[in-house]
Design a protein around this ligand. Sequence first.
Ligand SMILES: Nc1ncnc2c1ncn2[C@@H]1O[C@H](COP(=O)(O)OP(=O)(O)OP(=O)(O)O)[C@@H](O)[C@H]1O
Length: 300
Amino acid sequence: MMGDDLVLDVRDLRMRYGTNDVLKGVNFHACRGEVLALLGPNGAGKTTTIEILEGFRMRSAGEVSVLGVDPAHADEAWRARLGVVLQSWRDHGKWRVRDLLAHIGSFYEPYQKPWDTDELVEAVGLTEHARKRVMSLSGGQRRRLDVAVGIVGRPDLLFLDEPTVGFDPAARREFHDLVHRLSDDEDTTILLTTHDLAEAEKLADRILILAGGRVIADGSADQLSLQMSTESEVKWTLHGQRYVHATTEATKFVHDLFKQHGDDIGDLEVRRGSLEDTYMAMVVAFESGQAEREFVEVTR
Ligand SMILES: Nc1ncnc2c1ncn2[C@@H]1O[C@H](COP(=O)(O)OP(=O)(O)OP(=O)(O)O)[C@@H](O)[C@H]1O
């Protein structure tokens, strides 16, 4: 791995609030252009981790490098290379959408060229609302504006905290396209948290699951699914009758099925276990103590 490509490097990160050890030795890395989804139950420490990486919160121990710099000692030029979309903020209600984005974009000019405002407004699907005051936007439109504010400075690294809460299906799809465009065309590295596992599966190159203060899984959705031997569902018809069977060895099962019944098999469907199945299996295994003994780490 080229040193330059390493955007995030987190080693043995620990965080204690009072006597509560929330992070107990978190390790992960991210390379340029990668999209990572940080998953985990409520209270697992996702926001805490992201706030430490953003330089908003001091860690208790461990080594953290973000764009080659320790966020605890970073300057304005470093901050200008980050984009942050927090869960929600309610300021600037009287500003008009386009004016607000042009204004915020101007802060980045000493460091790097911000997005062209009209292009940005279009990229987040707010062209029709560009002249509206922020306070008159709907919840989903407001969230699109949050995303625009997060990316206006063309960040090298973008943090998205539950970015699509309140989006309708069309807005969600547009947002997914935008994330792909940022990672593919602009080489932006993206770390997102979400409780929407279908979204994580669609967007992320790599999934991290945080539980019990540690990363209990690190790999692509496929790798994690293999790791947990999640069951696939095989459906078929035979002599007009519909059958369903759950198996961890779908390929072998389908092979045997054809060997036995040949052309009589119809309407074959194989549905691989979803990330949600894998996630639930991992978190349940972890909570029942197995994962403590069998630490799961899959790297690309
Ligand atoms: N400022 C704080 N002071 C004390 N404890 C805190 C503070 N912030 C967070 N915590 C505690 O740390 C733990 C992790 O919180 P965090 O918000 O990082 O979790 P999360 O994974 O983002 O949760 P969610 O999915 O609910 O957003 C929780 O038990 C929380 O109560």
